[in-house]
Structures are given as structure tokens and as C-alpha cells.
Design a binder for this molecule. Structure first.
Ligand code: SF4
Length: 117
């Protein structure tokens, strides 16, 4: 192997290295936007008029729940202290396992409420 071949080899390795760096950077970028999508960014909230939300009596504000229709509601019950709430209790909005792909308000409530354990 002569000097040129060695240098060409080195260039190849460097080139491969740069591609790897770019690929890793793109990968982390994609993971980052996925994480942001998961968080919803406020654009994917459950609509109170959504048929599932209506049938479960979901309200963004638990105090507005129709207590006559949803007698299981007890003051103090909110999404923030529900087992189905997928965020920290301090997060204003987070996904709920009942409303796949949608976020619910931490002060919200629906009749599928289960005490967080
Ligand atoms: S299941 Fe729990 S977290 Fe989900 S909307 Fe109902 S009360 Fe809120």
C-alpha cells in the first residue's frame, strides 16, 4: 500500500465518520420531535364534545361535571390524581389511557376516574 492509498483510506474513514455523526444527529432530532409529539404541545387536547368524552362526562374543569348524571364524581377527584393520567400531577395537560393519543387537563375529570395508587 502506498502513501496515496493510505491517505485515500483515511479520507474514507473520515467520510464514514461524518456520515455517522450526521445520522446520529438526525436520529436524536427525530427522537426529540417524537417526544414533543407525545407531549402534544397543547394541540391535541380532548374535546369535551368528543363522543367518548361526552359519554364519560369528561370536563376540563372537574367542578363543571354534571353531578346529577355522573353521581360517582366526588369533589377532589381530578385527572391529576387519576391512575389513567400519564403525566406528572403538576403538568397542566397530559395523555390519558382512556383517550388514546389525546391530552386531558390535570384539573379535569371523567367517569373512568380511578384513584392513583
Ligand atoms: S380517566 Fe382519569 S385521567 Fe383520564 S380523563 Fe378520566 S379522570 Fe381524567
Amino acid at each position: 500500500m502506498n502513501e496515496d492509498q493510505i491517505n485515500a483510506g483515511r479520507r474514507g474513514v473520515l467520510k464514514l465518520g461524518s456520515i455517522a455523526v450526521v445520522t446520529i444527529a438526525m436520529g436524536s432530532q427525530a427522537a426529540h420531535s417524537l417526544a414533543q409529539d407525545k407531549k402534544g404541545g397543547g394541540g391535541n387536547r380532548v374535546d369535551e364534545k368528543d363522543p367518548t368524552a361526552q359519554s364519560l362526562g369528561y370536563k376540563h374543569d372537574a367542578t363543571k361535571v354534571d353531578k346529577a348524571k355522573f353521581a360517582s364524581y366526588q369533589p377532589g377527584q381530578t385527572c391529576a390524581n387519576c391512575q389513567q393520567f400519564q403525566g406528572k400531577a403538576t403538568e397542566a395537560w397530559a395523555p390519558c389511557t382512556i383517550f388514546a393519543g389525546k391530552e386531558v387537563a390535570n384539573k379535569g375529570w371523567c367517569s373512568a376516574w380511578v384513584k392513583k395508587t
